[in-house]
Design a protein around this ligand. Structure first.
Ligand code: SAM
Length: 219
């Protein structure tokens, strides 16, 4: 997706992906993050309130990555959190006592900015990217946070007749293909629902699985 695509979504408030309550699977499986001895990285974070929950549960710092500046500012303002801003190359770093949101293209973030990370929380992030970018994203995680465990909460559905997305369908085979060289992969939950969003209904998609995976680096 081009940057303009996401900027338009945020500008026009077409942000159906943004949850008004904490993700139920994060709540169910949030204990994983209590184990964290380091920071938690939330790629493609939007203004997700899951970040507040993660911080509260783990008492660790949250490092988010978000392309669109208004989303970052809305996160701080809507949650009444004071912040400071610093430019770093093509990125802007918004910092408060427990949160550091890095605004700009995730692929411009350097390894040293993420060295404190021990967990990655990806809810609706990998599914926001088209296939070629998903490969780039997997390589980015393997290169830049090789030490970290990952939780994915993602969607899988039948897109064989027509490519629909975002959110794109990410299959278990694709997760294996992208990550099995570096991680053990466990599907810990699969929840099926009937989609209500018009773009799925119009394509006659009857079932959508919301799958939760835990990836741990191979030692
Ligand atoms: C589908 S939304 C998911 C947001 C969040 N994970 C949530 O659960 O609400 C994807 C987000 O990724 C951001 N994004 C897209 N491409 C990006 C990139 N290259 N770098 C950083 N953020 C990006 C978009 O602006 C959007 O806010």
């Amino acid at each position: 997706m081009e940057a303009r695509f996401w900027e338009d979504k945020w500008e026009n408030k077409v942000i159906g992906f943004n949850q008004s309550t904490v993700n139920p699977f994060l709540k169910e499986f949030g204990n994983y993050f209590k184990e964290s001895t380091g920071d938690i990285f939330v790629p493609l974070c939007g203004k997700s309130i899951d970040m507040l929950y993660l911080q509260d549960q783990s008492k660790k710092n949250i490092i988010g990555s978000e392309l669109v500046e208004s989303a970052v500012i809305e996160f701080f303002n809507e949650n009444s959190i004071d912040y400071q801003v610093q430019a770093k190359n093509s990125l802007k770093v918004y910092t408060s006592s427990n949160y550091q949101l890095i605004q700009g293209d995730i692929f411009q973030i350097s390894k040293d900015q993420l060295q404190s990370v021990q967990w990655v929380y990806d809810r609706a992030s990998i599914v926001a990217l088209p296939k070629a970018m998903r490969k780039q994203y997997a390589e980015f995680l393997i290169q830049n946070v090789p030490q970290a465990n990952i939780m994915f909460i993602l969607f899988e559905y039948d897109d064989s007749k027509k490519l629909i997305g975002p959110p794109f369908s990410v299959t278990s085979d694709e997760i294996q293909e992208l990550f099995s060289s570096h991680y053990s992969i466990e599907l810990i939950n699969s929840h099926q629902t009937e989609p209500k969003r018009p773009k799925f209904v119009e394509q006659n998609i009857k079932l959508i699985s919301e799958n939760t995976y835990i990836l741990k680096p191979l030692t």
